[in-house]
Design a protein around this ligand. Sequence first.
Ligand code: IPE
Ligand code: IPE
Ligand code: MG
Length: 265
Amino acid sequence: MLKKILGGLGSSEKFEIPAHDSLLFKDIKWDRLPRHVAVIMDGNGRWATGKGLLRTAGHTAGVKTLKNILKTAIGLKLDALTVYAFSTENWKRPRPEVDFLMQLFSDYLKKELQEMHEDNVQIHFIGRIDGLPASLQKQMREAETLMQHNTGVKFNVAANYGGQDEILRAVQSLAAKVAAGELRPEEITEQAIDDALDTRGNLPVDLVIRTSGDERLSNFLLWQSAYAEFYFTKVNWPDFTPADFVAAMVDFAGRNRRFGGLKNQ
Ligand code: IPE
Ligand code: IPE
Ligand code: MG
């Protein structure tokens, strides 16, 4: 049974929210969990081409991973899970791949909406949402509205997201308030910037996970990750299991976060 949990799931199996005393969580230190975890879901293309499949097959497989990791985050009672789905730079990809991804996001929302709602998830989209297809924007807004009073994990999906673009938009909105006489320059504090970002209301990121071996941020959550821990794994996103996610939590629990001070806090 343990092997089954740790070794991944067969394609037809449904992964349920793991219970607190689940075997999957046996090594978890509950008082040393990150509260906000951000994930750069990378390696879909490499996973697919390595199997002689089209890159798009990797994106489809990646959706299943996302579903299982969200369930795991719920079981861990994380405060927030923020995932990188599409960057402001990903428009550089061939048009058919971009179109496929947009359709995949739409299908994912259609298919998973009700179950996420039943799981008490609060979904929120971050990024330049108005640059996405109109029908997808509508689905996103409807999903946010449906789940706005939920109290479970904050599930932030970064779509058409760039950290620099987010900061730029925040600066523009603050500057507009200053120009309108609604805000004095000295009132632009770190908190004011936090509140002007798409992630307003979230805690700072404690842990950034990136799959598939590359070790960079690729313009993800630049402000919010100021003091995040980083966890890199060579596993491609479609192969990333709940046990791999738990391994990142266990690794995080052993980190000594000093925040510029001297003591273990
Ligand atoms: C991540 O996988 C998904 C998106 C960027 C949408 P990639 O598509 O980047 O996969 P690789 O990095 O090419 O293997
Ligand atoms: C980052 O991955 C974006 C997402 C995971 C959505 P990329 O594959 O686009 O990043 P680079 O090109 O390797 O930096
Ligand atoms: Mg990539």
